[in-house]
Write a protein that binds this ligand. Structure first.
Ligand SMILES: C[S@@+](CC[C@H](N)C(=O)[O-])C[C@H]1O[C@@H](n2cnc3c(N)ncnc32)[C@H](O)[C@@H]1O
Length: 203
Protein backbone atom coordinates (compact mmCIF):
# COMPACT_ATOMS: atom_id res chain seq x y z
CA UNK A 1 0.00 0.00 0.00
CA UNK A 2 1.34 3.45 -0.76
CA UNK A 3 1.59 5.66 2.28
CA UNK A 4 -0.67 8.30 0.66
CA UNK A 5 -3.57 6.41 2.15
CA UNK A 6 -2.35 5.36 5.58
CA UNK A 7 -4.67 7.97 7.07
CA UNK A 8 -7.85 6.64 5.43
CA UNK A 9 -10.55 5.96 7.98
CA UNK A 10 -11.05 2.40 6.75
CA UNK A 11 -8.16 0.81 4.85
CA UNK A 12 -9.48 -1.11 1.86
CA UNK A 13 -7.02 -3.98 2.18
CA UNK A 14 -7.96 -7.12 4.07
CA UNK A 15 -6.92 -7.10 7.74
CA UNK A 16 -3.92 -9.44 7.92
CA UNK A 17 -2.25 -9.03 11.31
CA UNK A 18 1.45 -9.77 11.64
CA UNK A 19 3.97 -9.82 14.46
CA UNK A 20 7.06 -7.65 14.53
CA UNK A 21 9.77 -7.36 17.19
CA UNK A 22 10.61 -3.84 18.25
CA UNK A 23 12.37 -2.05 21.07
CA UNK A 24 10.20 0.34 23.07
CA UNK A 25 11.50 2.20 26.11
CA UNK A 26 14.58 -0.05 26.07
CA UNK A 27 12.50 -3.27 26.12
CA UNK A 28 12.31 -5.83 23.33
CA UNK A 29 8.65 -6.58 22.71
CA UNK A 30 6.46 -8.15 20.04
CA UNK A 31 3.63 -6.11 18.63
CA UNK A 32 0.92 -6.65 16.05
CA UNK A 33 0.76 -4.52 12.92
CA UNK A 34 -0.94 -4.85 9.54
CA UNK A 35 -1.01 -3.32 6.10
CA UNK A 36 -3.16 -0.24 5.79
CA UNK A 37 -1.46 1.60 8.66
CA UNK A 38 1.68 3.73 8.82
CA UNK A 39 5.05 1.91 8.91
CA UNK A 40 3.75 -1.62 9.54
CA UNK A 41 7.13 -3.41 9.22
CA UNK A 42 9.27 -1.51 11.69
CA UNK A 43 9.38 1.60 13.83
CA UNK A 44 9.57 4.53 11.41
CA UNK A 45 12.94 6.32 11.41
CA UNK A 46 11.38 9.64 12.41
CA UNK A 47 9.53 7.95 15.25
CA UNK A 48 12.83 6.43 16.39
CA UNK A 49 14.43 9.87 16.38
CA UNK A 50 11.54 11.19 18.50
CA UNK A 51 11.76 8.25 20.92
CA UNK A 52 15.40 9.16 21.65
CA UNK A 53 13.81 11.93 23.75
CA UNK A 54 11.57 9.62 25.75
CA UNK A 55 13.32 10.61 28.97
CA UNK A 56 11.48 13.94 28.68
CA UNK A 57 8.02 12.38 28.78
CA UNK A 58 6.35 13.61 31.99
CA UNK A 59 5.90 10.92 34.66
CA UNK A 60 2.21 11.65 35.19
CA UNK A 61 -0.80 13.56 33.87
CA UNK A 62 -2.69 13.33 30.58
CA UNK A 63 -0.42 12.88 27.58
CA UNK A 64 -1.41 12.71 23.92
CA UNK A 65 -0.08 10.86 20.88
CA UNK A 66 -1.66 12.56 17.84
CA UNK A 67 -1.88 9.95 15.08
CA UNK A 68 -0.93 6.79 16.95
CA UNK A 69 -0.67 4.35 14.00
CA UNK A 70 -0.12 0.87 15.49
CA UNK A 71 0.95 2.58 18.70
CA UNK A 72 4.75 2.95 18.68
CA UNK A 73 4.84 6.32 20.47
CA UNK A 74 1.84 5.77 22.76
CA UNK A 75 3.12 2.35 23.87
CA UNK A 76 6.62 3.70 24.53
CA UNK A 77 5.17 6.59 26.57
CA UNK A 78 2.93 4.24 28.53
CA UNK A 79 5.86 1.94 29.34
CA UNK A 80 8.06 4.88 30.29
CA UNK A 81 5.45 6.68 32.42
CA UNK A 82 3.17 4.07 34.02
CA UNK A 83 1.50 6.70 36.20
CA UNK A 84 0.50 8.87 33.24
CA UNK A 85 -2.64 8.44 31.12
CA UNK A 86 -1.80 8.24 27.43
CA UNK A 87 -4.48 9.30 24.94
CA UNK A 88 -3.73 7.57 21.63
CA UNK A 89 -5.82 9.04 18.84
CA UNK A 90 -6.12 8.36 15.13
CA UNK A 91 -8.65 8.69 12.33
CA UNK A 92 -7.72 5.26 10.93
CA UNK A 93 -9.85 2.55 12.52
CA UNK A 94 -7.29 -0.19 11.92
CA UNK A 95 -4.65 1.90 13.72
CA UNK A 96 -6.96 2.26 16.70
CA UNK A 97 -7.67 -1.47 16.75
CA UNK A 98 -3.95 -2.34 16.57
CA UNK A 99 -3.01 0.12 19.30
CA UNK A 100 -5.71 -1.39 21.54
CA UNK A 101 -4.43 -4.90 20.82
CA UNK A 102 -0.83 -3.89 21.49
CA UNK A 103 -1.66 -2.11 24.74
CA UNK A 104 -3.49 -5.26 25.89
CA UNK A 105 -0.69 -7.63 24.92
CA UNK A 106 1.88 -5.47 26.75
CA UNK A 107 -0.43 -5.37 29.78
CA UNK A 108 -0.70 -1.58 29.62
CA UNK A 109 -3.81 -0.23 31.30
CA UNK A 110 -2.79 3.44 31.10
CA UNK A 111 -3.59 3.95 27.39
CA UNK A 112 -6.92 5.29 26.17
CA UNK A 113 -7.35 4.67 22.47
CA UNK A 114 -9.98 6.68 20.64
CA UNK A 115 -10.90 8.87 17.72
CA UNK A 116 -9.93 12.56 18.07
CA UNK A 117 -13.51 13.68 18.71
CA UNK A 118 -13.80 11.23 21.63
CA UNK A 119 -11.15 12.99 23.73
CA UNK A 120 -13.15 14.78 26.44
CA UNK A 121 -13.72 18.44 25.62
CA UNK A 122 -11.90 20.53 28.17
CA UNK A 123 -9.22 17.92 28.93
CA UNK A 124 -5.94 19.79 29.34
CA UNK A 125 -2.75 18.04 28.32
CA UNK A 126 0.51 17.67 30.21
CA UNK A 127 2.37 16.72 27.05
CA UNK A 128 1.96 15.88 23.37
CA UNK A 129 4.23 13.50 21.49
CA UNK A 130 3.64 13.00 17.81
CA UNK A 131 4.96 12.02 14.45
CA UNK A 132 2.19 14.07 12.84
CA UNK A 133 0.49 13.23 9.55
CA UNK A 134 2.35 15.52 7.14
CA UNK A 135 0.91 13.91 4.01
CA UNK A 136 -2.62 15.04 4.81
CA UNK A 137 -1.54 18.45 3.49
CA UNK A 138 -0.65 21.71 5.17
CA UNK A 139 -4.18 22.93 5.83
CA UNK A 140 -5.28 19.75 7.59
CA UNK A 141 -1.99 19.49 9.48
CA UNK A 142 -2.34 23.07 10.69
CA UNK A 143 -5.92 22.40 11.75
CA UNK A 144 -4.77 19.33 13.73
CA UNK A 145 -2.04 21.33 15.46
CA UNK A 146 -4.41 24.21 16.19
CA UNK A 147 -6.80 21.71 17.77
CA UNK A 148 -4.31 20.10 20.16
CA UNK A 149 -1.45 22.49 20.93
CA UNK A 150 -3.70 25.10 22.63
CA UNK A 151 -4.77 22.35 25.04
CA UNK A 152 -1.32 22.16 26.62
CA UNK A 153 -1.25 23.07 30.30
CA UNK A 154 1.02 25.94 31.34
CA UNK A 155 4.66 24.76 31.20
CA UNK A 156 3.71 21.66 29.23
CA UNK A 157 5.46 20.77 25.99
CA UNK A 158 4.77 19.09 22.68
CA UNK A 159 7.49 17.14 20.88
CA UNK A 160 6.92 16.82 17.13
CA UNK A 161 9.14 14.97 14.67
CA UNK A 162 9.06 16.10 11.05
CA UNK A 163 11.19 15.14 8.08
CA UNK A 164 13.38 18.00 6.84
CA UNK A 165 12.33 17.57 3.21
CA UNK A 166 8.65 17.37 4.21
CA UNK A 167 8.71 20.89 5.56
CA UNK A 168 10.10 20.74 9.10
CA UNK A 169 11.55 24.25 8.89
CA UNK A 170 8.47 25.84 7.33
CA UNK A 171 6.35 24.15 10.01
CA UNK A 172 8.71 25.62 12.62
CA UNK A 173 8.18 29.10 11.17
CA UNK A 174 4.43 28.56 11.01
CA UNK A 175 4.33 27.51 14.68
CA UNK A 176 6.26 30.62 15.70
CA UNK A 177 3.89 32.82 13.71
CA UNK A 178 0.58 31.17 14.57
CA UNK A 179 0.85 30.01 18.17
CA UNK A 180 -0.15 32.48 20.89
CA UNK A 181 2.61 34.76 22.23
CA UNK A 182 3.08 32.59 25.32
CA UNK A 183 4.10 29.63 23.15
CA UNK A 184 7.65 29.12 21.93
CA UNK A 185 9.04 26.59 19.48
CA UNK A 186 12.62 25.41 19.37
CA UNK A 187 14.41 22.73 17.43
CA UNK A 188 15.80 20.25 19.94
CA UNK A 189 17.29 17.70 17.57
CA UNK A 190 18.23 16.99 13.97
CA UNK A 191 19.02 13.39 13.07
CA UNK A 192 18.69 11.12 10.04
CA UNK A 193 17.03 13.92 8.02
CA UNK A 194 14.40 14.58 10.71
CA UNK A 195 13.94 17.48 13.05
CA UNK A 196 12.40 17.31 16.50
CA UNK A 197 10.52 20.51 17.39
CA UNK A 198 9.54 21.31 20.95
CA UNK A 199 6.56 23.59 21.38
CA UNK A 200 6.13 24.92 24.88
CA UNK A 201 3.23 26.70 26.55
CA UNK A 202 5.21 29.09 28.77
CA UNK A 203 2.07 29.90 30.75
C1 LIG B 1 3.18 9.70 10.43
S1 LIG B 1 1.92 8.62 11.04
C2 LIG B 1 2.55 8.24 12.67
C3 LIG B 1 2.03 6.92 13.23
C4 LIG B 1 2.67 6.47 14.56
N1 LIG B 1 2.53 7.48 15.59
C5 LIG B 1 4.13 6.14 14.37
O1 LIG B 1 4.96 6.93 14.84
O2 LIG B 1 4.43 5.11 13.76
C6 LIG B 1 0.59 9.75 11.33
C7 LIG B 1 -0.73 9.15 11.79
O3 LIG B 1 -1.69 10.23 11.91
C8 LIG B 1 -2.96 9.72 11.58
N2 LIG B 1 -3.86 10.86 11.28
C9 LIG B 1 -4.18 11.42 10.09
N3 LIG B 1 -5.04 12.42 10.26
C10 LIG B 1 -5.27 12.52 11.58
C11 LIG B 1 -6.08 13.37 12.38
N4 LIG B 1 -6.84 14.33 11.85
N5 LIG B 1 -6.09 13.18 13.73
C12 LIG B 1 -5.35 12.21 14.28
N6 LIG B 1 -4.55 11.37 13.57
C13 LIG B 1 -4.52 11.52 12.24
C14 LIG B 1 -2.69 8.77 10.44
O4 LIG B 1 -3.75 7.86 10.25
C15 LIG B 1 -1.37 8.11 10.89
O5 LIG B 1 -1.62 6.94 11.62
Amino acid sequence: MSDEHYFSQTPNTEFRPKEISVELDGRKVSVTTAGGVFSPDHIDTGTQVLLEHLDQVPPSGDLLDVGCGWGAIALAMALHSPHATIWAIDVNDRSLELTRMNAARLGLTNIKVCRPEEVPTGLKLNGIWSNPPIRVGKDVLHEILLTWLPRLEADAEAFLVVQKNLGADSLHRWLEAEMPANYSTIRVDTAKSFRVLRVKNRG
